[in-house]
Each structure stands twice: as structure tokens, then as C-alpha cells.
Design a protein around this ligand. Structure first.
Ligand SMILES: [Zn+2]
Length: 262
């Protein structure tokens, strides 16, 4: 069996509060068998777990996003406890973001490092957010003896960054940006990413692909990005689905048991 999987979305976002059931129905009709919903804060972790309990196709990634980190450090112990909950398949979305604000850079680094350690301790894959912080993210991951799968989400870097990520054996996921008219550089780069390392994501409700740009994004829109990828790789959509499903299973081996339930 293979299905489309949206490897990264934020289904707990308030923009889905009124119609999440319909959003997930549209995803299923588009052939999307699972959506990884990534939390961004402790409150968002609780909400994400609730959604995973309500909807069979929702898998949970729990973590604290760098943009949520300010002056006081979050309670990592609480995160550690809830990582044992059913349907938690990863620690995420975690990482570093220096794009808008570097005031709390040290705190970001500390919280990222503790979450990397948690993922290693719990043997859970890690979903990484890196924006204007490539070197620091690589440094922390490199110094922590990470022996779990790492997924570099929403990759938009250059050739040097891509090489570094691939050499480390990490996975990457790309989303709607691939369809943007100005993203020809990214479209060139994806041709050099081995299919077994590349996952597809939407990052819903953000980053809608080109035909839907400016509107709320949702998992069903994954297919727009998949079509662009099929063109860049010179493959059929079915081949892209097969490759990205395999890559997903490699990156998130624990999710296998949920696919078997359906
Ligand atoms: Zn995200």
C-alpha cells in the first residue's frame, strides 16, 4: 500500500477550528492517507494530541517551536511526559529561527538542544525548523550524537546547505514554495535530492502553493507540489507518491503501525 502523506502541517491552528473535519475529508478524497500535525508550544501539543485522538489520519509531532521561545524557558519535563502518548511519532517542530528576531538566540539554542536530547532518549525522529540559522542547527545536531532520523522541514537553502544535510543522512521535506514563480532555484535543486530522502509537506495553514497562494493552505493542496516535483524528476505522479511514501516510512518508522490499522 502507498498513499500520499503530508509530512508537516499545523492542524491545531485556529484557522482550522471551525472546519477541521471537512479539511481532513478533502485530504482523504485527494488520496492523502496521513497528516503529521506539528505542535509549536505546550498548549499546541495538547491540542494536537486531541486531534490525533479524534481523527485516525492525524499523527502527532510534539515540540516547542523556536519562535515561541522568549525570556523564560518552557517546561521541558511536561513535553517529556506527553511524548509517550499514543500516536506521537516525532519530536517537532523544533529548531532555530534567527530571521526576525535574535534577542532570545541563547534560549532558542538551549531549548533546541534539550529537545534534541529528548528525541534521542525517546528514540523518536526529529522534525527540524531552521531559518537563517543553518550553521547553528548543524552544530547542535552534530554535537549531540543524533542516531535518530532527522527531517529538515521546509527546505529552502542553497546547494552547500543541501550537500551538508545529505551527507549527514538527514531527510528533507518541501512544500508549496516549490510552486512559486520565483523558486526556480529550488526547482533546480530538487533534481539533485535522492527520492529516498525527500518527503512532501504543506505546512498548512501557511505557504499555499501557487494556484491557492494567499489563501489558507490545507493538506489536500499537497498534490500541487507533488505535480511540480513529478515534472522536475521526470516521473509520473504515482512514482512520486511511491518514493515519498517510502521516504516517509524510513523517516518515521513508528508510523507503520497506524497505517496497518486502516
Ligand atoms: Zn511548520
Amino acid at each position: 500500500m502507498n498513499v500520499w502523506v503530508d509530512a508537516h502541517a499545523h492542524l491545531d491552528d485556529r484557522r482550522f477550528a471551525h472546519d477541521i473535519g471537512e479539511v481532513l475529508e478533502r485530504a482523504s478524497s485527494a488520496g492523502i492517507g496521513a497528516v503529521v500535525s506539528a505542535a509549536v508550544s505546550l498548549a499546541s501539543c495538547q491540542h494536537t494530541l486531541k486531534l490525533a485522538g479524534l481523527f485516525p489520519q492525524v499523527l502527532a509531532a510534539l515540540g516547542i517551536h523556536p519562535q515561541e521561545i522568549q525570556g523564560s524557558l518552557p517546561e521541558i519535563d511536561i513535553l517529556e511526559d506527553i511524548l509517550d502518548a499514543d500516536k506521537v511519532i516525532a519530536v517537532g517542530e523544533v529548531g532555530l529561527d534567527y530571521y526576525w528576531d535574535t534577542t532570545f538566540r541563547d534560549n532558542q539554542r538551549e531549548v533546541f538542544r534539550s529537545q534534541v536530547r529528548l528525541a534521542v532518549k525517546k528514540n523518536l525522529p526529529l522534525i527540524v525548523h531552521s531559518r537563517s540559522a543553518h550553521a547553528d542547527v548543524m552544530e547542535i545536531l552534530g554535537s549531540e550524537k543524533v542516531d535518530i532520523p532527522v527531517l529538515w522541514h521546509c527546505f529552502t537553502g542553497g546547494v552547500t546547505e543541501l550537500k551538508e544535510i545529505l551527507v549527514r543522512g538527514y531527510f528533507l521535506s518541501i512544500g508549496g514554495i516549490l510552486t512559486f514563480p520565483k523558486a526556480s532555484h529550488l526547482r533546480d535543486l530538487v533534481r539533485s535530492i535522492p527520492p529516498k530522502r525527500l518527503l512532501l509537506e504543506t505546512d498548512s495553514p501557511y505557504l499555499s502553493p501557487q494556484p491557492r497562494r494567499g489563501k489558507r493552505n490545507e493538506p489536500a493542496n499537497l498534490l500541487y507540489t507533488a505535480n511540480y516535483l513529478a515534472e522536475e524528476w521526470g516521473m509520473s505522479l504515482e512514482e512520486v507518491r511511491e518514493h515519498s511514501f517510502k521516504a516517509f516510512m524510513e523517516a518515521f518508522p513508528a508510523s507503520q503501525r497506524f497505517f496497518n490499522r486502516w
